[in-house]
Design a protein around this ligand. Structure first.
Ligand code: GTP
Ligand code: SPV
Ligand code: MN
Length: 614
């Protein structure tokens, strides 16, 4: 072992007197031995320097100034393209607190293991210190974090995705609490060694220490593995804070919906990764007079207000959206957002005139450079872009951003949608009978796996509240917390009479020939309209064993040219299909043993009884 250098450049020029922060930064620098420490200020000049450096290193290619100003194309190592759930750990002191759905390792053991990985891991690199804030700096209790990383790509991405830099460091003062979030790509450089365009390590750990509210990430430079303000802080760590303090940290979009009469409703929606949150959040309604404005597309923090209603804020500052499928037809507001520029595109294809392209964007050009950096033509037979390729863009550029986005108090939620990607069984929309039934629907939510996480795609799994990979504690306790939140007593309590109504949606049901039964995207406004009608005690529905489902006639289908049979099939509740779900739900609930709230077993029993009566 070589002794750490007595001084690391930049270590003694810290622009803060926050002793806890200073000593943590020193400790990490001494462990990881970077060449230099840089305190990030979040300025446009810093962005310029970082992106220039990344272009020089071959990590980024600058796009055409005419087409995508101040924007860049990035390609990752082909093995580092998605979240790694297998390597994601909840290191609670007690294994039972991680529960049956998380990977667990004892905190001491994980820290010992990772300390050895971190030792000298930043050799030859710059260590960046990124003070950031999830949510408004003006919030009653701003949610600070500090990420240390050796990846300039991560710093550039954090510029877009979070409020960060000098204004945050100043707001932290000398003693504000913060979540320390340590990240390294795990690729030290020997003296004179040439770097690769996308450094990373085969060994990966994405570790969370819920008791001490710390995050340690190693080996990956990608998305949710490395932008630690996002899933690691705002969901896994925040969900633990929320449990303790009586609020909710959820994998949800937030949208503002205005009816032709001018009535405003706020809707939150939890769909698993790559199942339509960004698209719904930016929806352009196809029914006349309706308006959607965006508040958030991935994460919602929800607390009861003094009026007893549940208020939601979006803690993020940017959009990290799935690229393939995004187009002027499906999501014109995302396309407008991207055209403003100032964006990073990762693992999409590059056009010959310096723009980006991906599958779903109309006719492919005759020639592209694909996400591997190879020549690509429509005859290539492989997609040009990775299925989990992403755009990273400032939310402020979204042309339909609701002004309420900036309000630290958030917006009062009228309806919560749970949704998944299921070819069969799940109707287009179902209204829960009440809060507990809604929690049951969320707790049993199922979806086909997607490319957003490493592993097999298209496998049906339970993904409770779309939070399976993001609950920072025992999922049984998490269900209990949801039930408790509906009761109107205890920490952070609201008014049970003013709870949002819960709905279950599925945009992805298919016909026998594999086609989508429902056109989705902007047409989902028709489902939102029915949801609003239900909130207002209008809107026809049939009571089925699984909840209230609209009849085809209850949906506004004016101007929609699809066969009546498809609508009927999209809405169908098939008792045989539902009976087939019961053993799977039973097996799922059994995982949680005593931790599963009894009321959820009761919901399952009631469902069984209703199905048996059919
Ligand atoms: P994460 O960012 O991974 O959390 O994903 P997300 O939930 O925001 O999903 P997103 O909106 O990016 O959509 C994922 C994929 O589903 C994209 O390829 C979309 O084009 C597609 N998609 C979204 N909404 C619909 C829909 O209503 N119908 C159909 N058929 N596809 C959709
Ligand atoms: C998701 O997988 O749900 C995402 C992308 O939003 S990531 O930031 O990689 O988690
Ligand atoms: Mn997500």
């Amino acid at each position: 072992m070589t002794a750490p250098p007595a001084t690391v450049r930049g270590l003694d020029s810290a622009p803060t007197n926050h002793q806890k922060l200073l000593s943590w930064v020193r400790e990490v620098a001494e462990l990881t031995t970077p060449d230099e420490v840089v305190w990030c200020d979040g300025s446009p000049l810093e962005w310029r320097g970082l992106t220039d450096e990344l272009v020089e290193a071959g990590t980024l290619v600058r796009l055409s100034e005419e087409r995508k100003p101040n924007s860049f194309w990035a390609r990752t190592d082909p093995t580092d393209v998605a979240r790694v759930e297998e390597r994601t750990f909840i290191c609670s002191a007690d294994e039972a607190d991680a529960g049956p759905t998380n990977n667990w390792m004892a905190p001491d053991e994980m820290k010992r293991t990772m300390t050895e990985l971190y030792r000298e891991c930043m050799r030859g690199r710059t260590m960046y210190v990124i003070p950031f804030c999830m949510g408004s700096i003006e919030a009653a209790e701003p949610m600070f974090g500090v990420e240390i990383t050796d990846s300039p790509y991560v710093v550039a991405s954090m510029h877009i995705m979070t409020r960060m830099g000098t204004e945050v460091l100043d707001a932290m003062g000398d003693d504000a609490p913060f979540v320390p979030a340590l990240h390294s790509v795990g690729a030290p450089l020997a003296d004179g060694e040439q770097d690769v365009a996308w450094p990373c390590n085969e060994t990966k750990f994405i570790s969370h220490f819920p008791q001490t509210r710390e995050i340690w990430s190693y080996g990956s430079g990608y998305g949710g593995n490395s932008l630690l303000g996002k899933k690691c802080y705002s969901l896994r760590i925040a969900s633990v804070m929320a449990r303790d303090e009586g609020w909710l940290a959820e994998h949800m979009l937030i949208l503002k919906l205005t009816s032709p009469e001018g009535t405003v409703r706020y809707v939150a929606g939890a769909f698993p990764s790559a199942c339509g949150k960004t698209n719904l959040a930016m929806l352009q309604p196809t029914i006349p007079g309706w308006k959607v404005e965006t508040i958030g597309d991935d994460i919602a923090w929800m607390r009861f207000g003094d009026d007893g209603r549940l208020y939601a804020t979006n803690p993020e500052f940017g959009l990290f959206g799935v690229a393939p499928g995004t187009d002027w037809k499906t999501n014109p507001n995302a396309m407008r957002t991207l055209d403003v520029g100032n964006s990073l595109f990762t693992n999409v294809a590059l056009t010959d005139d310096g723009d980006i392209w991906w599958e779903g964007m109309g006719e492919p050009p005759a020639h592209l450079t694909d996400w591997h950096g190879n020549d690509w033509t429509p005859e290539s037979g492989e997609p040009s872009s990775h299925a989990n390729s992403r755009f990273c863009t400032p939310i402020a550029q979204c042309p339909i951003l609701a002004p309420e986005y900036h309000d630290p108090r958030g917006v009062p939620i009228d309806a919560i949608l749970f949704g998944g990607r299921r070819k069969t069984t799940i109707p287009l929309v179902t209204e829960a009978r009440d809060w507990v039934h809604g929690v049951y629907l969320g707790a049993t939510l199922s979806s086909e796996t997607t490319a957003a996480a490493a592993g097999k795609v298209g496998v049906v799994r339970r993904d409770p509240m779309a939070m399976l990979p993001f609950i920072g504690y025992n999922a049984g306790d998490y269900f209990r917390h949801w039930i408790e939140m509906g009761k109107g007593s205890g920490a952070g309590a609201g008014d049970p009479a003013k709870l949002p109504k819960i709905f279950y949606v599925n945009w992805f049901r298919r016909g026998d020939d594999g086609r989508f039964l429902w056109p989705g995207f902007g047409e989902n406004s028709r489902v939102l309209k029915w949801v609003v009608e239900r909130l207002e005690g209008r809107g026809a529905a049939v009571e089925t064993p699984i909840g209230h489902v609209p009849t085809p006639d209850a949906l506004d289908l004016s101007g929609l040219d699809i066969p009546r049979e498809d609508i009927e099939a999209a809405l169908r509740v098939d008792p045989a299909e539902w009976k087939a779900e019961i053993p799977q739900v039973t097996e799922w609930f059994e995982k949680f043993g005593d931790k599963l709230p009894g009321v959820l077993w009761a919901e399952l029993d009631a469902l069984k009884a209703r199905l048996a009566a059919r």
